[in-house]
Design a protein around this ligand. Structure first.
Ligand SMILES: Nc1nc2c(c(=O)[nH]1)N[C@@H](CN(C=O)c1ccc(C(=O)N[C@@H](CCC(=O)O)C(=O)O)cc1)CN2
Length: 297
């Protein structure tokens, strides 16, 4: 068994990043620029409402203006895209996101493509994902997807070295699994990445070999201590709601079983790990976009 795992504290790290961003927002304010984050929320899903609420709370904390658009669950593609066109044209909106997932009648890829790439606060527009593939560097750097960037920043700020490490990413979703490998394999990070998914054979062997595991499958407690090697670094991105057998209430469960901490050298708690970092990286994208507009970048 490895020594007790150290905590990758996403809440404290996000709070420090928000303090830094508040200072950058103040510099923008001196130039008469107030960044604005728009959110587009479709339907009544309580988790999505809660995430969007959290994003606007963060905005208020750092001095970013909030622009909210809420649409019914049965909204048509055309009406949703009209809302995006309005935000694309709104000078008060520096950047915006469309909260995912969207209802089944909506073509999500078409929605992401409709976002003005310069206002894409999630970094999920094909142009920005393409720039990530092309490894476009500063000063032209485009917004990075928030959760992958949050994982990298969380590790960087805890001095967890990734160069030469074998990272196993579990889950191939568009917000985390697919883009994170592109970030981790950049020369300045230099990790080696394996992307596992539901079609992967012998996941257990891969888990047993990994130095770092990024769990983003959305399958509660699928990774236990028996799968892992001692000293592994664990990043738990999975979000599922399960019933607590003791209270009968729904509670949040990650992909990593709590007992897996006994094997780890570092672990991100869930909640309190990658989630707050996702939100902080969203604010970063909005501030950077405003800085570009103001000629500060
Ligand atoms: N347009 C997007 N949609 C979604 C994204 C995204 O990055 N862009 N990611 C997820 C949801 N998400 C952000 O939108 C998100 C999830 C969780 C958290 C968070 O802070 N979680 C807390 C726990 C909150 C709770 O108790 O429910 C934590 O981990 O501490 C922030 C953002 C899917 N959709």
């Amino acid at each position: 068994m490895s020594p007790v795992a150290q905590i990758l504290d996403g809440r404290a790290t996000a709070a420090a990043i928000k303090d830094e961003l508040a200072q950058r927002v103040a510099v923008l304010a001196e130039r008469g620029v107030v960044p604005g984050l728009g959110t587009v929320l479709v339907g009544e899903d309580p988790a999505s409402h809660s995430y969007v609420g959290g994003k606007h709370k963060d905005c208020a904390e750092v001095g970013i203006a909030s622009i909210r658009r809420e649409l019914p669950a049965d909204v048509s593609q055309e009406e949703l895209e009209r809302t995006l066109d309005e935000l694309n044209a709104d000078p008060a909106c520096t950047g915006y996101i469309v909260q995912l997932p969207l209802p089944p009648q909506i073509d999500t890829n078409a929605v992401l493509e409709r976002i003005d790439p310069d206002k894409d606060a999630d970094g999920l527009h094909p142009t920005n994902l393409g720039r990530l593939v092309l490894n476009v560097a500063e000063p032209m750097r485009s917004p990075l997807p928030c959760t992958p960037n949050g994982v990298v920043e969380l590790l960087r700020r805890h001095d967890v070295e990734l160069a030469g490490k074998h990272v196993l990413v579990v889950g191939r979703g568009v917000t985390v699994g697919r883009p994170i490998g592109l970030l981790l394999t950049r020369k300045e990070i230099n990790a080696t990445v394996t992307l596992a998914h539901t079609g992967t054979r012998d996941l257990e062997t891969l888990l047993g070999q990994a130095d770092v595991v990024v769990a983003a499958a959305g399958r509660p407690h699928m990774i236990g201590p028996e799968h892992l090697k001692d000293g592994v670094v664990l990043l738990d991105v999975g979000v599922s709601r399960v019933e607590d057998p003791e209270t009968g209430r729904r509670k949040l469960a990650g992909d990593v079983h709590p007992d897996a901490a006994a094997r780890a050298s570092w672990i991100s708690p869930n909640p309190g790990g990658v989630g707050p970092m996702t939100r902080a990286m969203l604010l970063l994208n909005v501030v950077e976009s405003a800085e570009r507009e103001a000629g500060l970048r």
